[in-house]
Design a protein around this ligand. Structure first.
Ligand code: ATP
Ligand code: MG
Ligand code: MG
Length: 565
């Protein structure tokens, strides 16, 4: 494996290591809020944070940022733990819940009040907004800003004791209402919210705001480098202001954790916002959170995407300081690269048409040998039964051949891969003229692997499955969930198209369920076994719908990209 490519984050860490800032310690964290399932974007953040910790011999914490009680649930905690493990990462003993720090956060808030750095605000939310000003207009100080320390402490303690209704007061940091950075205009840091928390129950009726909680979580855990996405860049001055104040108060030692921003993942043909994913599930545009078309990691796993493919993808796209779009084909290509090496080959006929070999001994069958992996001969070969009636792909026969068509048409010869050369003699049709069977004769001396195999040269090479031995199974052909690279965006040259929603851009043919004829060995596939179905693409035995001896298969990705022009 190649060493990780350098990037601006690694450069910063290297610089800290040279200066001895942290004594060589590197500690990162992945801090999901347990309010939904993880998606492809989180995979980028997971690979980045855990990858850095690994390569610097440090640690990466898995921390649930569960400070917002209304939307959080244990179900999400469980699915996040499963997804991070699945991606191949381990946090060791570093599993944390921000809600375990509520007492310490509360103590930090009291210290800010005592040292004149915070006050209880009693304006309504609407009034606060009006006082805050805008980018071009300085804010005004609230009349409550000059409350005494004693009054503030008293009110804050009564907020905690449950004396006030939700929204009656908030605690604000006292910084600078004239700051050009709106985030420094006395941001709210605690609010009253009567909601049952999935871990602390009803112990609290005030909860810290994310911008207040997050830096404290980092400092409590001794995080060295706190990586977040670019939209938090304007929050960094508050992050630093807060931790500096708390270090002054003796809450945390210096040096203090450093926030570093990187560009979030934007993928074409994909939506990643939780709000949109929830709508797709709730309105049944997909079959649940682990639908293979959904960009959740639970969906990716069912789809047959691999953890190694995600890690390769994260390495390949790297980290940057400016937002860009990555083409979905980059992710798909990473999955192909991983699966090309990882997946054994099998034969599947997805659109079956019967091929009758008229000169093959009736009732007879024999074994052909097919390599399990062309790049890994050590994986050996398997037997594929051959008989006088085979399934072939409908598209491998043309009664009147198009130009350049080298497969079966009356009079032409083609090889049945791992089997014999056959000569097409005609076909049978139903009353409507649809072809119901193709007829041929085989050349007995041409069996693959025998001296006569090369005696006849043909251009076409078809795959097949013996009718008497085939395993008929359900196969789901998945494709991109959206048909448009920027779902919901206005079409270029269509300035009137303001109403467009990403729902309008769903791909009508993102899921096609078929009955396919598979080689018999596939009946023994276990859930999550990956295969390349020759000439078709990569498939996985579904981990939910398969039963013992009766796997169903999902198409992970086709062999070639059919979307890029
Ligand atoms: P969403 O915006 O999709 O609702 P979120 O940012 O609210 O996601 P969190 O659970 O708060 O989700 O995120 C956990 C971590 O994952 C954060 O550190 C965040 O920066 C990172 N993350 C979320 N989305 C992306 C993305 N698209 N690309 C890279 N990192 C992401
Ligand atoms: Mg969030
Ligand atoms: Mg977000």
């Amino acid at each position: 494996i190649a060493p990780p490519a350098s990037n601006f984050i690694r450069n910063l860490i290297d610089e800290d290591n040279r200066s001895g800032k942290w004594g060589g310690r590197v500690e990162t964290r992945f801090p999901p809020e347990p309010n939904g399932y993880l998606h492809y974007g989180h995979a980028k953040s997971i690979c980045l944070n855990f990858g850095l910790a690994q390569s610097y011999g440090g640690a990466c914490h898995l921390r649930f940022d569960d400070t917002n009680p209304e939307k959080e649930e244990q179900e999400y905690v469980d699915s996040i733990i499963e997804a991070v493990h699945w991606l191949g990462f381990d946090w060791g003993e570093h599993l944390y819940f921000a809600s375990d720090y509520f007492d310490r956060m509360y103590a930090c808030a009291e210290y800010l009040i005592s040292s004149g750095r915070a006050y209880v605000e009693s304006l309504s939310a609407e009034e606060m907004r009006a006082y805050r000003g805008t980018l071009t207009e300085a804010g005004r100080e609230s009349p409550y800003r000059s409350r005494s320390v004693d009054e503030n402490l008293d009110l804050f303690r009564r907020m905690r004791a449950g004396e006030f209704h939700d929204g009656a007061h908030v605690l604000r940091a006292k910084i600078d209402m004239a700051s050009p950075n709106l985030n420094l205009r006395d941001p709210a840091i605690y609010r009253i919210r009567r909601a049952t928390h999935h871990r602390t129950g009803d112990a609290w009726c005030i909860y810290p705001m994310y911008t207040f909680a997050h830096p404290i979580e980092d400092a409590i855990e001794g995080i060295t480098h706190s990586l977040c996405t670019l939209e938090f860049e304007d929050q960094r001055p508050f992050y630093d202001w807060l931790l500096d104040a708390l270090a002054t108060g003796g809450f945390f030692p210096r040096p203090l954790p450093q926030q570093i921003e990187f560009a979030r993942l934007n993928l074409t043909y994909v939506v990643l916002s939780k709000r949109k994913l929830i709508q797709l599930v709730d309105e049944h545009h997909v079959d649940g959170w682990d639908d293979p078309r959904l960009p959740t990691l639970a969906g990716a796993r069912r789809r047959g995407f691999t953890a190694a493919g995600f890690r390769l993808f994260a390495e390949r796209i790297g980290v940057t300081k400016s937002d860009t779009w990555i083409d979905l084909s980059v992710l798909e290509e990473c999955m192909r690269e991983d699966l090309n090496l990882a997946a054994e080959r099998r034969v599947a006929v997805l659109d079956p048409l019967k091929l009758v070999i008229t000169n093959y001994p009736a009732g007879h069958s024999e074994q052909c040998e097919a390599p399990n992996h062309p790049l890994k001969p050590e994986l050996g070969k398997r037997a594929m039964p051959f008989s006088g009636e085979l399934w072939i792909e409908r598209e491998d026969f043309m009664e009147t051949p198009a130009k350049g068509f080298h497969r079966l048409y009356p009079g032409n010869m083609a090889r049945l891969r791992y089997g014999y050369v056959v000569r097409c003699t005609g076909c049978e049709k139903d009353a409507d003229g649809n072809v119901t069977a193709v007829l041929c004769e085989y050349l007995p001396d041409t069996k693959s692997g025998t001296p006569g195999a090369d005696s006849v040269k043909v251009k076409g090479n078809l795959h097949w499955v013996s009718v008497a031995h085939a395993y008929e199974a359900q196969v789901r052909l998945y494709d991109r969930l959206f048909a448009h690279p920027y779902p919901g965006n206005r079409r270029e040259g269509d300035p009137e198209d303001f109403e467009r929603s990403y729902i309008d851009d769903l791909n009508d043919t993102s899921k096609l369920t078929i009955r396919a004829q598979l080689e018999p060995a596939l009946a023994n596939a276990r859930p999550e076994d990956h295969f390349q179905f020759e000439r078709h693409g990569y498939f996985v035995a579904d981990r939910i719908d398969s039963t013992a001896g009766a796997p169903v298969f999902n198409r992970t990705v086709t062999l070639k990209d059919s979307w890029s022009k």
